[in-house]
Write a protein that binds this ligand. Structure first.
Ligand SMILES: Nc1ncnc2c1ncn2[C@@H]1O[C@H](COP(=O)(O)OP(=O)(O)OP(=O)(O)O)[C@@H](O)[C@H]1O
Length: 969
């Protein structure tokens, strides 16, 4: 035990600083939803400021510390809060890249100012012995550091619990709107959180720096160790986070004793620095998923850019680029050829990451690991086993596939920032513990030798350049092919709306694993080819930090597939090759970081509408389409931009119609379809289902029967639990009790995709369209998703007969919904009414015999609603389909429904025919908020016939005015 004590003490000291940094991180994450990967960069800035003041300007250390922590911390906090406010509006990948941009800018700046060499940081706290504990000397600086960290964290905790502002900070996490309406400005509260969080990071930086040298990268990564502590606090609890810091610190320190000191070996030596990341990875994998839900992820606000250059322009671009690529070795001189080979290689790397990030919307911060595995495997297969070069390269690619599958495991459970963190943790742990092993790069300090193919034509730099060029063409063709195939649609569907993909029958887990495996394969091919270009590889060529950089470069690059990869590769490789002055390179890195921040804050790379119009014109795109595509690329808020989520809730139905439209509405008389007799068990049965969200019982023991062959309505005031009931039916929420049956089978434990394949289709109140696709692709995916199902090979492509089935289904569904002329339009440019019809057509194209339609008329004007009613009636007439309809438009409900259930506060209050509902005092009371006359509910319920057997009692047209006036006036 006495042997361990010094390590425990060291661990407690470093752990308390991790805990301090981590509580600051959790505070800002909790209140703003932005996980600041650059928390370490904030600490780095404070440490350099301290160095600048203390060492370079000889200020007293107390004053230097006060300025570095008390002034720099709040100033950076205010700046970060401004950024965070803007970042709340953008996709999660931009949130991540913005913080990577901060890291790169800070590192570039300080390396440019102070050089790449580490500087010695002054010790400013007294280091003498304070006391001896069982033979171990405890020094004053250890006591002071631990005390400062403990007091700061405890102070924050008490402030959070008891001070008014602290309580407001908790409120801003739970319900910012409520806080706002109670008179406390959530923006001011968040600002305070950032000020405190950044000050904590600065304090941690100044406390940690003396035990290290002053090194921008080292310090950044050291504070990143706080991520493990934050994970132990579930990214939420401050005391647990601080405790997590202590656990991580002590564990790493003890492992240092056993790993690095007592039994040194490659695996154990890497264990201590990997500890926080292993903890992070393990917590993310083992924590119940509901604890890791990023509520703010639902804010998908900015537009999807659907513009692609016309085919003619793309083909011309390809010819020019190919000619240029062939000519490069003759244009640049032989000394420069390896640089251009490297640029070509990076094209492959960016294409592999692009599949993952740009096509399928997954975030990975471990991409360098795949390349490392490919490079090492290539070396071992060729130099070690003597396999033929091409066979070795293919095998190297295949070896990375299981690793891709392993990294896909967190992707199945996690999304957004948590997925990014898990992959980051995996990458760092592999770098620290795996790279030094013999099986990867550990056999000698010069690394693993990777030969070029034995053919003399490819031995020279120029020959190898052309070989790599061939692979670039092959990989680019693969990526473009994937993009246009069924797999490509599934991947883009995964990016746009995993929920819609799953509820149409595709197993999104299969899709995720597939894309990680494919991406890993291509990245490993890059690694193998890269090895040949440099002849021997070491782990330093594939640092985990480089995964951050390539993600940032990829995300801010312009262009569609595969052009973005060429631009990203050229931008990453060529400037630094031509600029020999090291300091200029550092400033370039700084500028790159700033650009990454700027692009992320704008929600994506800049779009030049005029240039796009010109390209459309030159490419011979019809004028109408040109306008549409240019508009589709407009920033949010401009005409033609994809309506942000929620925009469909604008009260357009209250806008006056012009005379023609009003006449058309009057002329539409929806004839309720005849109810078709169906099998007793057909359709969906909800049996005593309850759904609880924390303390809120959203649905309370609700039962319902919606058979095939008729339209069943589900109505109730806002928040009554209607959508939650739908989600329980389709498997998107798990009921706390009760059962859901589909055609008689209990589907309560099935995944959404399995329920969809069983015949259950649905639409969403907040439309879940595949916004990056055309109307046709959306509807195609409506049918194809269930064909893909869970089997990976079915994700790849369809058979000829399947293609025919899909084409017929698309044609039929589009014709039923009257959107055949819109098929080739991007959905992003359509009106709300058209988008509703696309969502319905996509659902109709699927192999569904039970449709759940969630407020299909929301956002439609009266004419569109009337037309929608016609389509719905037609759907019932056409086939043996059942519809369960949530709708606020009572006229529509009364016109099309055969039977209606009414919910209020999660409780069923009435059920019956439209006429009975219209006459019910209980229903009226629920909508108007007044007391229901006693006895009404039981009376009416008793009078109503059992579900599925009653017939509508009132002509539809007559109900249009009366019921809407009665219920919603
Ligand atoms: N994911 C969730 N987490 C926590 N609470 C939720 C969640 N989803 C719904 N709720 C709550 O459950 C209750 C029922 O919501 P639900 O969306 O089902 O109502 P609704 O009848 O569909 O309302 P609306 O007509 O406004 O769409 C509400 O109090 C809502 O705040």
């Amino acid at each position: 035990m006495n042997d361990l004590l010094p390590f425990v003490i060291i661990g407690l000291v470093s752990g308390s600083v991790y805990g301090l940094a981590a509580t600051g991180l959790v505070l800002t994450y909790k209140t703003s939803g932005i996980f600041n990967l650059a928390h370490g960069a904030v600490a780095t800035t404070a440490a350099y400021t301290f160095y600048f003041l203390r060492v370079q300007h000889d200020l007293p250390w107390g004053f230097a510390a006060l300025l570095s922590v008390g002034v720099v911390g709040p100033a950076l906090g205010l700046l970060l809060e401004l950024m965070a406010r803007r970042l709340a509006e953008v996709r999660v990948v931009y949130k991540i890249v913005a913080t990577i941009g901060i890291i790169l800018a800070v590192q570039g700046f300080f390396t440019a100012r102070y050089g790449a060499q580490s500087q010695t940081f002054p010790t400013f706290l007294p280091t003498g012995s304070a006391f001896t504990l069982s033979g171990t000397v405890v020094t004053w600086d250890q006591i002071i550091i631990t005390a400062i960290a403990l007091v700061a964290t405890a102070g924050l905790y008490l402030f959070f619990r008891f001070a008014r502002l602290g309580l407001a900070m908790r409120g801003v996490v739970d319900d910012p709107e409520l806080l706002d309406s109670a008179g406390t400005n959530p923006v001011a509260v968040r600002r305070w959180s950032w000020v405190i969080g950044s000050t904590f990071a600065c304090l941690a930086g100044v406390l940690l720096a003396p035990s290290l040298s002053l090194d921008a990268l080292l310090l950044t990564l050291l504070v990143v160790q706080a991520f493990g502590a934050a994970a132990l606090g579930y990214f939420s609890s401050l005391p647990l986070t601080y405790g997590g810091g202590l656990v991580v610190g002590v564990l790493a320190s003890i492992l240092t004793k056993y790993g690095a000191v007592t039994h040194p070996n490659a695996l154990l030596t890497g264990l201590p620095p990997s500890t926080p990341f292993l903890v992070l990875f393990a917590v993310l994998l083992l924590t119940p998923r509901r604890r890791l839900v990023d509520r703010r992820l639902s804010a998908r606000l900015l537009v999807t850019d659907t513009w692609r250059a016309p085919a003619r322009i793309q083909a011309s671009g390809a010819v020019v680029l190919a000619a240029l690529a062939v000519a490069v070795p003759f244009l640049v001189g032989s000394a420069r050829v390896p640089t251009y080979t490297d640029a070509l290689l990076k094209v492959i790397l960016f294409l592999s990451l692009g599949l993952l990030v740009r096509t399928s919307g997954q975030v990975s911060l471990a991409h360098a690991a795949f390349a490392a595995i490919g490079a090492a495997a290539m070396g071992h297969f060729t130099t070690g086993l003597g396999l033929p070069w091409l066979v070795a390269l293919l095998l190297a690619g295949l070896v990375a596939i299981p690793v891709g599958a392993i990294i896909a495991i967190p992707a199945i459970r996690l999304s957004g920032v948590f997925l990014a963190l898990a992959t980051f943790g995996f990458g760092i742990a592999l770098e620290q513990m795996g790279y030094p092993l013999k099986i990867l790069f550990g056999s000698s300090t010069s690394g693993v030798r990777v030969p070029r193919p034995g053919l003399s034509a490819f031995e020279s730099d120029r020959g190898y350049y052309y070989l790599v060029l061939i692979f670039v063409v092959l990989v680019a063709a693969l990526v473009v092919g994937v993009h246009r195939s069924r797999l490509g649609r599934l991947l883009r569907g995964l990016s746009d709306s995993p929920t819609a993909l799953a509820t149409h029958g595709a197993s999104v887990n299969t899709t995720r694993v597939l894309v990680f495996c494919l991406s890993a394969f291509v990245a490993a091919i890059y690694g193998g080819l890269y090895g040949g270009s440099v002849s021997a590889v070491t782990g330093s060529s594939f640092s985990s930090f480089s995964s951050l950089v390539i993600l940032a470069v990829l995300v801010i690059s312009l262009g569609g597939e595969p052009w973005y990869a060429f631009l990203a590769a050229a931008g990453m490789v060529l400037p630094s090759a031509y600029i020999t002055n090291e300091n200029t390179t550092n400033w370039l890195n700084f500028l790159f970081g700033v650009s990454a921040i700027a692009v992320s804050l704008s929600g994506g790379p800049p779009r030049n509408v005029a240039l796009r119009r010109l390209a459309d014109r030159l490419g011979g795109r019809p004028a109408e389409a040109a306008t549409a595509t240019a508009a589709g690329s407009a920033p949010a808020g401009e005409p033609g931009a994809t309506p942000p989520v929620g925009a469909d809730e604008l009260p357009v139905d209250v806008l006056p119609l012009d005379a023609t439209a009003a006449a058309e509405v009057a002329a539409i008389s929806i004839e309720r379809p005849e109810a078709v007799a169906a099998a007793p068990d057909s359709g969906i049965q909800v049996e005593k289902v309850s759904v609880r969200f924390g303390g809120n019982l959203a649905v309370d023991s609700f039962s319902l029967i919606a058979p095939q062959g008729r339209v069943t309505g589900l109505i109730g005031p806002n928040g009554a639990g209607k959508t939650t009931t739908f989600n329980a039916c389709s498997g998107l929420v798990r009921p706390s009790s009760g059962r859901v049956r589909l055609h008689g089978s209990d589907v309560s434990r099935l995944a959404p995709s399995a329920r969809a394949r069983g015949g259950l289709g649905r639409t969403f109140q907040r439309m879940e369209l595949f916004d990056s696709m055309s109307v046709r692709e959306n509807i195609v995916l409506g049918r194809e998703a269930s064909m893909a199902g869970v089997r990976p090979w079915r994700h790849l492509a369809g058979t000829r007969s399947q293609r025919k089935v899909v084409a017929d289904a698309v044609e039929r569904a589009a014709a039923t919904c009257g959107i055949t002329d819109l098929l080739d339009r991007p959905v992003g440019i359509l009106s709300t009414g058209e988008r509703r019809l696309v969502e319905l057509a996509r659902c109709l194209a699927g192999p569904f015999d039970m449709l759940l339609l969630d407020e299909p008329s929301s956002g439609l004007n009266r004419l569109e609603t009337a037309r929608f009613g016609e389509v719905l009636a037609e759907v019932i007439r056409q086939g043996d389909v059942g519809v369960l309809l949530i709708e606020h438009d009572m006229a529509l409900v009364m016109e099309v429904c055969h039977y209606i259930y009414v919910l209020d506060f999660g409780v069923p209050i009435f059920e019956g025919t439209p006429a009975e509902v219209a006459a019910s005092d209980a229903v009226r009371a629920a909508y108007l908020g007044s007391e229901a006359p006693s006895g009404d509910q039981s009376d009416q319920s008793d009078q109503s016939e059992p579900a599925g057997q009653s017939e509508p009692a009132e002509p539809a047209a007559a109900s249009r005015q009366t019921v809407s006036q009665e219920v919603s006036s």
